[in-house]
Design a binder for this molecule. Structure first.
Ligand code: SF4
Ligand code: MSK
Length: 663
C-alpha cells in the first residue's frame, strides 16, 4: 500500500497515529476532511463573531458593536454587554434544546417500553426504585413496568410543566437549592425555560445583561438537572447501568473480513436495536452469504460512548475522526441519528461503496439514504438498516484499516459503579474519595467534557489530562473528551502507574481503576452533578458544591451543547474553564461571567487558550479550595501495616503510603 503526504496546515493538528496512517494512504486520496477545510478557509475568524458582539437578531442589522465606542452600539442602541449576553444565552438555549429533544425521545421510548410496545426491557430494577422514590412513585407491591410507566409519565410531564419546579433539583445539596431559590433560577418546566430564553433574547426584550444571564442559568439548569439527568437515568434503567467493561477506542477496530457498520450520533435507542439485530441468526446468515465473517458494529461520537459504556462495543472515532473512519474505505454503512454529524460525511462517502443512512426525521442530509427508525418496530427497522449495509459488502473496493497499536480502555464508571468500587455492595459510598482528598493522596477532581475540534491539536485533551493526573487530580471524562483520552491510553489501569502522581497512582492501584474514569456521553454529564452532590453529602469538604476542590473544562469545545453544560456546571457552583468563549468583545460581560457570577451560585467561568496553563489554572483553583477547607497541608508519608489498613473504616481505599498533593 503506497503512502502519500497528508499535506495541509490543518493536518498539523493531527497527532493520532491511526488518523495519520489512514490519510496517508492512496485509498484516502482525494478525500477532503475538515482538517483540510480549516486550512482552505485561509482567513482568520471574524473578531466581532469571536468576541460575541455581532448581532443579527433583527433586520435593522446585522450590527457589529465596538465596546466603549458610543457610535458603535446597535441601531436599536444595544450595547456590547447586551449583545454578548444575548448571543451567549442563545448558545445555552440551543445546547439545552438539543439535550432536551434527545431526552424527550428517550423518555417516550421508556414509556413505550414500560407498556411493552418495544423490544427493550426495564433492566435495572434497583435504579428504577431509586428514581421512583425521587418522583414519589409508589413501588410497594407493584410490577416494574407499572412503576416505570408512572415514572416515565411524570418525567414527560416536566417538559411541558409551566409552574413549580423540576423534581430532580431536590437531588442537589440543600445549600445550592436555597441559592437557586434566593436568586429565582429554579427551572419550572424544561421546554418553558428554553422558550423564555429565546423570547428574552429577541430584539427589544431583556436588555439588562445580568438579568438575561439569570434566565440563561435557569435554562441550563433545566438541561442539567432536568433533561440530561432524565435521559441518563431512564436510559440506565432501560438498557442497564454501566459497570466497568474493557474495550478499545481506535479506527483500527474496523474488521477487514466483516461488514463494518458505524453508529454515529447520540440516541442509544437506535444503537441498542442495531446491537440486538446484529446478533440475530438471519442477519448473520445474510452477512455470511455476502462473503463476510460477521457484522462488526462500532461507535462514533456519543452513540459510541453509550454502547461502549453499556455493552463494551469498541469506539472507532470521536467527532473529528468521523470523516477519517469513512476514508478507510472499509465501512459498509454509517448509520446516523442526531447531533454532531457533519454534512461532509455524505460527500466523503461518495468516494466509496459506503451508505450514509439517516434514521431520524429531524436530521436528513442530501446524498444520504433515509430509513426512518421506528422504536415500536425497532428490530425490523434495525434489520432493514443492516440488510442495506450487508448488501454493500460485496461492493467494497480498496481499503485500509490502520494497524497502529490499539490500547485498551476500561469504561463504565457510572455513579453506582464509583460508589460500589469504593465500598462494595454493603458499604457503597463516596466516603473513601472524600477521605483521600482530605488526606491529600488525591488533590482534587477534574471533569473533562465535551468535544474535540479541528482548529486545535488532537492531543489537547491528553496534554491536559496528563498534567492533571501527574498532579494527583482524578479525572472524570465524558463525550468526545473521553474518546480522545481513551485513544491516548489514559483509561487503562496501568496508566496510573505510568502517568499519575504517587498519591493518585496508589489509590488507582488499590481499586484497580484508571486515573481517568469514563463516565459516558454528553448527556451523562448529569452523572457529574450527582457525583459532586454526593461528595458534599458525604461531608468533610464543605457545605456547598462550590467548596469542593473540583474544576471542570471543555478545552476545545465546538458544540453549543458544551456551553449549556458549562453553564449548568457554573450554575451549580463549579469553576469551569474553556479555551475560548465568544463574550470577550464585552468587558462587562467577561468580568461578570468570570467574577460576578460567583456571587450567584459560587461557580464561575474562566478562559485560557494554552492547554498546560489551562490545566494549571484548574490545579490552582483546586488548591485554593483546599486552602479554604484547611486541608492543603503536605502530608507526612506514613507506611500503613495491615492493622492500620483494616482500621481505616468506611471502606477506605488507603494504600501503603501517603503522598501530599504537592509531591
Ligand atoms: Fe442591531 Fe439591535 Fe437589530 Fe441586533 S437587535 S441587529 S443590535 S438593531
Ligand atoms: S458528540 S457535543 S462533539 S462531545 Fe456528544 Fe462529541 Fe461534543 Fe458532539
Amino acid at each position: 500500500m503506497s503512502m502519500r503526504k497528508i499535506g495541509c496546515e490543518g493536518c498539523d493538528n493531527i497527532t493520532c497515529p491511526s488518523t495519520k496512517e489512514v490519510l496517508a494512504q492512496d485509498v484516502a486520496k482525494g478525500v477532503k476532511t475538515a482538517f483540510h477545510r480549516v486550512d482552505d478557509r485561509g482567513m482568520s475568524a471574524c473578531l466581532f463573531g469571536s468576541g460575541g458582539v455581532c448581532c443579527r437578531n433583527c433586520n435593522m442589522g446585522p450590527c457589529q458593536i465596538i465596546d466603549g465606542v458610543a457610535e458603535m452600539v446597535g441601531v436599536c442602541g444595544a450595547t456590547a454587554e447586551t449583545v454578548a449576553a444575548r448571543n451567549f444565552s442563545r448558545m445555552v438555549a440551543a445546547g439545552s434544546a438539543a439535550h432536551t429533544d434527545h431526552a424527550r425521545e428517550m423518555v417516550q421510548g421508556f414509556i413505550a417500553t414500560a407498556k411493552g410496545e418495544t423490544e427493550h426491557q426495564i433492566k435495572d430494577v434497583a435504579k428504577l426504585h431509586t428514581l421512583a422514590k425521587v418522583f414519589d412513585v409508589e413501588i410497594e407491591g407493584r410490577d416494574k413496568n407499572e412503576i416505570a410507566l408512572e415514572l416515565g409519565e411524570k418525567c414527560l410531564a416536566e417538559f411541558g410543566q409551566q409552574s413549580g419546579f423540576l423534581t430532580m433539583l431536590k437531588r442537589a445539596p440543600a445549600t445550592l437549592q436555597a441559592m437557586w431559590k434566593k436568586i429565582g433560577v429554579e427551572p419550572r418546566g424544561i421546554d418553558r425555560e428554553v422558550v423564555e430564553l429565546m423570547h428574552r433574547t429577541h430584539m427589544g426584550v431583556d436588555q439588562e445583561y445580568k438579568n438575561l444571564m439569570l434566565q440563561a442559568n435557569r435554562c441550563a439548569l433545566a438541561d442539567g438537572w432536568g433533561a440530561s439527568m432524565m435521559s441518563t437515568e431512564l436510559t440506565d434503567i432501560m438498557f442497564g447501568t454501566p459497570v466497568p467493561i474493557r474495550s478499545i477506542v481506535d479506527i483500527g477496530v474496523l474488521q477487514k473480513d466483516q461488514v463494518n457498520v458505524t453508529v454515529h450520533g447520540h440516541e442509544p435507542l437506535l444503537a441498542e436495536a442495531l446491537c440486538m439485530a446484529a446478533q440475530e441468526d438471519d442477519m448473520l446468515a445474510l452477512a455470511k452469504k455476502a462473503g463476510a465473517k460477521g457484522i462488526n458494529l462500532v461507535g462514533v461520537c456519543c452513540t459510541g460512548n453509550e454502547i461502549l459504556m453499556r455493552r463494551g462495543i469498541p469506539v472507532a472515532a470521536g467527532f473529528i475522526q468521523q470523516e477519517i473512519v469513512l476514508a478507510t474505505g472499509a465501512v459498509e454503512a454509517m448509520v446516523v441519528d442526531i447531533q454532531c454529524i457533519m454534512q461532509s460525511v455524505a460527500e466523503v462517502a461518495k468516494s466509496f461503496h459506503t451508505d450514509i443512512i439517516t434514521t431520524n426525521y429531524r436530521a436528513k442530509m442530501e446524498g444520504a439514504v433515509h430509513i426512518q427508525f421506528d422504536d415500536d418496530n425497532a428490530i425490523i427497522s434495525a434489520k432493514e438498516i443492516l440488510t442495506k449495509a450487508i448488501a454493500n459488502y460485496k461492493k467494497r473496493g480498496k481499503f485500509y484499516i490502520p494497524e497502529s497499536k490499539k490500547l485498551d480502555v476500561v469504561a463504565g464508571f457510572s455513579n453506582e459503579t464509583v460508589n460500589y468500587i469504593q465500598g462494595g455492595r454493603f458499604r457503597a459510598s463516596y466516603r473513601p474519595l472524600n477521605d483521600n482528598i482530605i488526606n491529600g493522596r488525591i488533590r482534587g477532581v477534574a471533569a473533562m467534557v465535551g468535544c474535540d475540534n479541528y482548529k486545535y491539536s488532537d492531543d489537547t485533551h491528553e496534554i491536559i489530562a496528563r498534567e492533571l493526573i501527574k498532579n494527583n487530580v482524578l479525572v472524570l471524562a465524558t463525550g468526545c473528551s473521553a474518546t480522545a483520552l481513551g485513544r491516548a491510553g489514559l483509561m487503562r489501569p496501568e496508566a496510573a502507574q505510568e502517568f499519575a502522581g504517587a498519591g493518585l497512582a496508589e489509590i488507582c492501584e488499590t481499586l484497580g481503576t484508571p486515573p481517568v474514569l469514563h463516565m459516558g456521553s454528553c448527556v451523562d454529564n448529569s452523572r457529574l452533578l450527582l457525583a459532586v452532590s454526593q461528595m458534599v453529602a458525604e461531608g468533610g469538604l464543605g457545605e456547598h458544591i462550590s467548596d469542593l476542590p473540583v474544576a471542570g473544562t471543555s478545552p476545545i469545545w465546538m458544540s453549543e451543547k458544551a456551553v449549556a453544560i458549562g453553564q449548568y456546571f457554573v450554575g451549580s457552583g463549579l469553576y469551569v474553564i474553556f479555551n475560548a468563549l465568544p463574550v470577550t468583545g464585552s468587558k462587562k460581560m467577561t468580568k461578570y461571567i468570570t467574577e460576578g457570577h460567583e456571587e450567584l451560585s459560587g461557580g464561575k467561568w474562566a478562559i485560557e487558550p494554552d492547554p498546560v496553563k489551562l490545566a494549571h489554572k484548574m490545579i490552582a483553583h483546586i488548591d485554593d479550595k483546599r486552602e479554604a477547607l484547611g486541608i492543603n497541608k503536605k502530608q507526612d508519608r506514613v507506611l500503613f501495616d495491615m492493622d492500620m489498613r483494616r482500621d481505616l473504616g468506611g471502606g477506605a481505599v488507603a494504600g501503603v503510603g501517603c503522598a501530599g498533593p504537592g509531591s
